[in-house]
Design a protein around this ligand. Structure first.
Ligand SMILES: Nc1ncnc2c1ncn2[C@@H]1O[C@H](COP(=O)(O)OP(=O)(O)OP(=O)(O)O)[C@@H](O)[C@H]1O
Length: 269
């Protein structure tokens, strides 16, 4: 048994995890030897260049694709040993960059988060209804709970998607690029909302994002993925050990560690 089993703040960890695909019968490795942890109350931001494997990792951690090697331990048990209904009460993955726009109301969408808890007739208890109402309230959509999703702004639809996973009440929440397609204010407010959710409900939140500068300000931990490897740590640690500079090195810009931002070279006059 790993020593990590005895750390009650850890909801999920990986042991020597290799992620990737099987292609024409051969393994296509995307990342290997991953030793990662998600803790209660922490916001973790997964950042890295296009194609380095962020979505592959999120899908693997959610159990949607099998690891090529190693294991994922969720609340002290191997992820593979959970049934789908058991897993739905412990872990959610939200693909918020592709919110389906349809005629469903906010209330109906958020209600879907309660399905893992309903009986076989799918009937909601009064407690389920209270949980749904509270989740909608937490994302400030109560006044629009009967509105159809196609009448909401992109930012409001993202908040409705977040309310759905709040209603699902899992201790681990995974989000694949929750801020894509949003304007600056909504990108900031979405990340702040997820940070607040992590703290207020003491849940583990992991999100992938290309919002590097925001991640540096808000994340408790950053998982900084490159095409070859992964660096893990708080922003200050990753700046101090040169990880940001290493992963995002380019002739086009440099990373200013003091200002925590990228400076573009040779901007045309
Ligand atoms: N179904 C698949 N079969 C084989 N290889 C795949 C498959 N899906 C993705 N890949 C490969 O896995 C690698 C990682 O892709 P992934 O989508 O995880 O990257 P990402 O970091 O999420 O990228 P982005 O920032 O562009 O969303 C890429 O080289 C990609 O081509």
């Amino acid at each position: 048994m790993s020593a990590l089993n005895h750390d009650s703040s850890i909801e999920l960890y990986t042991e020597n995890l290799t992620i990737g695909y099987a292609r024409h019968g051969h393994p296509l490795m995307v990342q290997e030897h991953l030793q990662l942890q998600l803790r209660k109350g922490e916001l973790v931001c997964l950042v890295g260049p296009n194609g380095c494997g962020k979505s592959t990792l999120l899908h693997t951690l959610a159990g949607l694709q099998k690891p090529l090697a190693g294991s994922i331990i969720l609340q002290d048990k191997d992820l593979c040993s959970y049934s789908t209904p058991e897993k739905a009460k412990l872990l959610s993955l939200t693909l918020t960059d592709r919110v389906e726009v349809d005629k469903m109301s906010v209330f109906d969408l958020v209600s879907m988060g309660r399905y893992p808890y309903t009986n076989r007739f799918g009937k909601f208890s009064p407690d389920d209804i209270t949980t749904i109402e509270q989740a909608i309230e937490q994302v400030h959509l109560s006044e629009k709970k009967k509105w159809s999703l196609d009448t909401l702004s992109d930012g409001e639809r993202q908040r409705a998607m977040i309310a759905k996973v709040l209603a699902q009440a899992t201790p681990v929440l995974l989000f694949d690029e929750p801020t894509s397609h949003l304007d600056l204010t909504n990108r900031v407010s979405t990340l702040l909302l997820l940070k607040t959710v992590a703290k207020a409900f003491q849940v583990a939140v992991l999100l992938s994002t290309h919002e590097l500068e925001m991640a540096m300000q808000l994340a408790d931990q950053i998982w900084l993925m490159s095409n070859e490897s992964m660096a893990v740590g708080a922003t200050e640690q990753l700046i101090a050990n040169g990880s940001f500079q290493h992963v995002f090195q380019s002739d086009l810009f440099t990373f200013d560690a003091m200002a925590r931002r990228f400076i573009i070279h040779n901007v045309p006059e």
